[in-house]
Design a protein around this ligand. Structure first.
Ligand code: HEC
Length: 120
């Protein structure tokens, strides 16, 4: 009886916990619509292409004119630096010219990064 009770409890805990821990790329794709106002593959896009951005050095694309602060930032876009940048773009790269104030919700940030990982 006791054993049954604890496994039911464990199941309930896992059910509640999983959405918090597993980043959801599909949800991230929906949120990414806000980024697509600027980040597309087009030559006249306001922002650099984010295809393959995870693992890329910051300011690495030749066909985009990055700001001087972004060029100087010398970052590699991994999960951690993306999380910091997307939460607070000006805090992470002071003076960069991405006109976006950041995502306030940590789950949103994780989901967007999960989606960025699928852009290859
Ligand atoms: C209003 C336009 C705009 C929006 C919206 C926007 N960005 Fe940007 N983003 C830019 C610009 C412009 C830059 C280049 C900044 C610089 O050179 O200082 C940039 C740079 C970046 C970079 C660095 C790219 C590189 O090659 O080093 C990342 C990563 C990024 N944005 C992610 C995002 C994500 C994810 C979103 C949505 C949550 C988003 N941006 C929303 C305009 C935008």
């Amino acid at each position: 009886m006791r054993r049954l009770y604890s496994s039911a409890l464990l199941g309930a805990v896992m059910l509640v916990a999983s959405p918090v821990f597993a980043a959801d790329a599909n949800r991230g794709k929906t949120l990414y619509a806000a980024c697509q106002a600027c980040h597309t593959e087009k030559d006249d896009a306001l922002g650099p292409s984010l295809k393959g951005v995870v693992g890329r050095k910051s300011a690495a694309l030749d066909n985009f004119r990055y700001s001087a602060p972004m060029k100087r930032s010398n970052l590699t876009w991994d999960e951690r630096s993306l999380r910091e940048y997307l939460t607070d773009p000006q805090g992470k790269v002071k003076g960069n010219r991405m006109p976006f104030s950041g995502l306030a919700n940590a789950t949103d940030v994780a989901d967007v990064i999960a989606y960025l990982q699928t852009l290859k």
